[in-house]
Design a protein around this ligand. Structure first.
Ligand code: ZN
Length: 196
């Protein structure tokens, strides 16, 4: 239906997450209508991001430096490390401005069903960062079966080292309704209660 190279562009957009066929066609036509220099800028941005962004040698978050800005900062509390599954989780927590410690990104969670074991995520890298300076590790993996299993696995490794391992509280979301909360969520909410 379309010239081959245009069809190829549509197919590439179609492979992106959340982009269906209709959106892919719309985006491809949008590119066709863009001035040459804007297309070049877009292509360069993709290339540059892909070639310059890599994992921070300390926390494994995405960065374009050897050590990311959070790890390099002198204003962060280096006694606490918050362990998260993905760089997007770090961004979400940073937005709250409530946390001032360091991070460690696992890039996944243990999931035997999917063939993902402890060696497939960045657990070794976490262990190698645990100097006596680190007093607390916060397990902020997702409240899924995989996230819980990962939190438990890491807690079991760390506790004999004398490090306090904590788990983020789970419960009723803000704006949520207790009546419609599932049993597990309600149980967690009661377990994680605190004095007000
Ligand atoms: Zn870092």
């Amino acid at each position: 239906m379309y010239p081959v190279s245009l069809q190829e562009l549509i197919d590439e957009f179609n492979k992106l997450p959340g982009i269906g066929h209709k959106s892919a066609v719309r985006l491809a036509f949008h590119v066709m209508n863009m001035p040459e220099e804007k297309v070049q800028k877009f292509v360069n941005a993709i290339n540059r991001a892909k070639t310059s962004v890599h994992l921070c040698s300390k926390c494994q978050n995405l960065t374009d430096k050897d050590v990311c800005d959070i790890c390099a900062s002198t204003k962060r509390d280096t006694n606490v490390i918050c362990v998260m599954e993905s760089p997007k989780d770090v961004t979400a927590l940073e937005k709250t401005r409530e946390y001032n410690g360091l991070y460690h990104v696992l890039h996944g969670a243990i999931s035997p069903m999917d063939g993902i074991g402890p060696d497939d995520i960045k657990i070794k890298e976490l262990i190698s960062r645990l100097t006596p300076e680190v007093t607390e590790v916060i397990m902020a993996t997702n409240p899924t079966v995989e996230g819980e299993a990962t939190a438990m696995y890491i807690a079991r490794l760390l506790k004999p080292m004398g490090i306090t391992v904590t788990r983020i509280a789970h419960g009723i979301p803000v704006g949520g309704d207790i009546e419609y909360a599932d049993e597990v969520t309600l149980t967690r909410a009661i377990e994680g209660r605190r004095e007000i």
